[in-house]
Design a protein. Sequence first.
Length: 77
Amino acid sequence: MPTPTTSGQRPRTCRACGKKFEYPVKGNPATRHHCEECVTLPAETRKVLEKLNTRISQLELQLRRLQPKPAAPPAAS
Ligand SMILES: [Zn+2]
């Protein structure tokens, strides 16, 4: 079902490349889910990028979990 689009500009994250972008911007072809660079890509290419981007996001999440909490400030040299 269609959700009513708000006219206010909000930062969006591109599904394909993960870039943060403003939407909507006058004269900018970016869509709600894709930045102006990825919106021109063929759908199949974008699909692959979206898959990879999802994997990268998951890996980043796992990486963050694995990293020890920065409890102590870096030792002064
Ligand atoms: Zn993009």
